[in-house]
Structure formats: C-alpha cells, structure tokens
Design a protein around this ligand. Structure first.
Ligand code: KIV
Ligand code: NA
Length: 264
C-alpha cells in the first residue's frame, strides 16, 4: 500500500470507494493492521479500557497517548495514523494546539477530538497550522458521565438535525473527516450525504464512507460485553493477518456492517 494521506481518503469518498480503520496501540498490531492494507490506524484513547483495564477513557493522559502513538508509528507500513486527543486535553485553544503538536511530533498524521460545534474554533486553528483533524460526534465516550452511559445518540429528530448541522459546521471549519459513533443508520446516511469530507462510522450503519472497530474486538479477544456493532472476524481458522484482511475486504465490499450490527 502506498502511504495513505488525507487526499487518499477524500478520493475514496469522491469515487464511492469505502475504506477501513482499525485501532492499534503498539508496533506489533500497527504492523499487522498496516500490512493488511487497512487505510487508517486509530491510536484510540480506548487504550484506557483495553490496555489499562480502566472502565472509561477518562484516565488516559497526554503522555500515554504520545507513548502509544510513538509505538504505533514505529510499526506502521503506510497507513495514516490518527491519534486521539485525550479527555480535557483540548479545553482551550492554547491547550489544544500544544497537545496536537505533541501527538503530531510523536508520529500522528491526524488528531481526533470529541464534541460538536464548540470545536469549530479549534478545528480552524489546527487546520491553519497544517494539522488534519477528525471530529468525533454521536456517542463521545469522554462525555460518558454527561451522557449518562454508553447509549445510542441522535435518536430524536431535533438531536439528529443538530448533529447534521454540527457535522457541516465542522467540515466547513476544516475538519478532514467526521467520525460517528452509535447513531441510527438513517442519521449516519444523512450526515455522510451532507458533508464533503469522509465519514467514518462505528455503530452508524453501512452508508458511511468508512468503518472503524477496536482491533481486539474484531479478533474476538473481548471477554466482556460485546457491543452490537462488533463482528468477530477470527473465524474459519483464520490467522490474525487473515482476519484483519477479511475485515478490510468486507468493509470495501459493503458486506460489513450488516443490519445485525446497526441501530435503527
Ligand atoms: O478510542 C477509540 O478506539 C475510538 C473508536 C472507538 C472510534 O475513538
Ligand atoms: Na477514542
């Protein structure tokens, strides 16, 4: 795979070709995921749960995100590396800029922030300075305490309409992609049609431009609660390499996700 850039991703959207995203937190998984041709590696703050065993992403620090981003950059073979800005690391413009710089210097090619249109000034500021940004809307796990749990978002018309408007505002501000977590498929479809930038979904239906999963979930390594949007690709005697490649192929072919992984 040639080095993936934000141009590659927008070309995929323009051509109607889907792309795939998986998390990785270390060099071994980074190498596995990138060599399987997965376009984007997400160094997710989900590492707080899957690497550290915490019950949310809130305890994850900037130092930890930098460390895991450096590990992933070391193993990467051409995927675009997106790194999460952790909880409260972008509360002010100054903080957001300084912390985005640290992740980019650790090897990220793009940073991801959770929120809605309150992120517009930060997105504009980072875009001006050459930092690609993904805006994460819908179920934003850093806000789990305010949301009252890990629940599907945008179920009522007013909230769905607001999420469409916020996504448009963020794309206009310079966000290079939108990530939607746990929203009804109809809303995933509407936002994907409303913005020119690629939309990555997780529990957002099959009409988004791309899909993301936590790599341990799709390898069947999750012993706890298995969310509805997860599919285990570690079947039919596949190796991890083959399971990751099968995920990429099913996303590209529009076979994953199917209706059993969606919220209506
Ligand atoms: O941290 C993460 O893994 C994420 C994805 C679930 C989208 O943000
Ligand atoms: Na995250």
């Amino acid at each position: 795979m040639n080095n993936v850039s934000i141009r590659t991703l927008s070309e995929c959207k323009n051509k109607g070709e889907k792309f795939s995203v998986l998390t990785a937190y270390d060099a071994t998984f980074s190498q596995l995921v990138s060599s399987a041709g997965i376009e984007v590696i997400l160094v997710g703050d989900s590492l707080g749960m899957v690497c550290q065993g915490k019950d949310s992403t809130l305890p994850v620090t900037m130092a930890e995100m930098e460390y895991h981003t450096r590990c992933v950059a070391q193993g990467n073979e051409g995927s675009l590396i997106m790194a999460d800005m952790p909880f409260m690391s972008y509360s002010t413009l100054e903080q957001g800029q300084a912390n985005a710089a640290l992740l980019m210097q650790a090897g990220a090619n793009m940073v991801k922030v959770e929120g809605d249109d309150w992120l517009v000034p930060l997105v504009e500021c980072l875009a001006r300075q050459g930092v690609p940004v993904c805006a994460h809307l819908g179920l934003t796990p850093q806000a789990v305490n305010k949301l009252g749990g890990y629940r599907v978002q945008g179920r009522d018309d007013a909230k769905a309409h607001a999420m469409i408007e916020h996504s448009k505002a963020l794309a206009e501000a310079g966000a290079d992609c939108i990530l939607l977590e746990c929203v009804p498929s109809s809303l995933g479809k509407a936002i994907t049609a409303a913005v020119d930038v690629p939309v990555i979904g997780i529990g957002a239906g099959s009409d988004t431009d791309a899909q993301v999963l936590v790599v341990y979930d799709m390898l069947g390594l999750n012993a706890g609660h298995i969310p509805k949007f997860v599919k285990n690709f570690m079947i039919d005697g596949r190796t991890p390499q083959q399971a990751i490649a099968a995920y990429g192929e099913e996303v590209k072919a529009g076979k994953f996700p199917s209706s059993e992984h969606e919220f209506s």
